[in-house]
Ligand binder design. Structure first.
Ligand code: HEC
Length: 151
């Protein structure tokens, strides 16, 4: 009786693992799309800030965009589960082999977004312009090491 119960439990576990495996395989295609969509939104936020700078302000319009960049980044850094290194992705293997460096690059970007937000709130266009350039560098720093160049 006891033995039968154990066998049934093992059978249930095995079935569960199979379903789980299929779910994970499906989710990986999704997660690549999700993180690319996340970065598209980051690009859109940067373009919106560029538009504000070109229009010579008001800088306050960039406060929400800077907050959006931070929010996107906090989600983005966790969108690289094991196995999502293959498929239609530009993420380099270094994302997984040097996870600490990748996280550090993301954290550096977080700091840049915070500085961007306070520059936006300051009303000082020169400060916003400088913070925007620094933010662009933090995007590029991560791309240099962790994203394949587009040809
Ligand atoms: C911590 C690393 C990191 C930071 C910081 C970062 N990116 Fe990226 N970015 C990546 C990686 C990795 C990819 C490739 C994702 C993929 O193809 O799976 C990518 C892809 C992109 C793409 C292409 C998305 C697509 O359509 O496939 C754009 C646009 C982009 N990033 C913009 C930005 C901008 C703008 C910033 C700064 C505001 C930024 N990124 C900051 C790592 C980063």
């Amino acid at each position: 009786m006891k033995k039968m119960f154990v066998l049934a439990a093992i059978g249930a576990l095995a079935a569960g693992a199979m379903v789980g495996g299929a779910t994970i395989a499906f989710a990986q295609g999704d997660v690549i799309k999700q993180r690319q969509e996340n970065r598209k939104q980051a690009g859109a936020a940067m373009r919106a800030i560029k538009g504000i700078i070109d229009a010579k302000g008001p800088t306050s319009g960039a406060v929400a965009q800077a907050a959006k960049l931070k929010e996107l980044e906090l989600a983005f850094v966790n969108m690289f589960p094991a196995g999502s290194d293959t498929g239609d992705t530009k993420a380099l293997p270094t994302v997984w082999s040097d996870r600490a460096g990748f996280v550090a690059a993301s954290k550096a970007a977080d700091v840049a977004y915070d500085q961007l937000a306070s520059a936006a709130g300051s009303g000082d266009l020169a400060a916003l312009t400088a913070a925007f350039a620094a933010t662009g560098k933090s995007c590029g720093n991560c791309h240099n090491t962790y994203r394949a160049k587009s040809n």
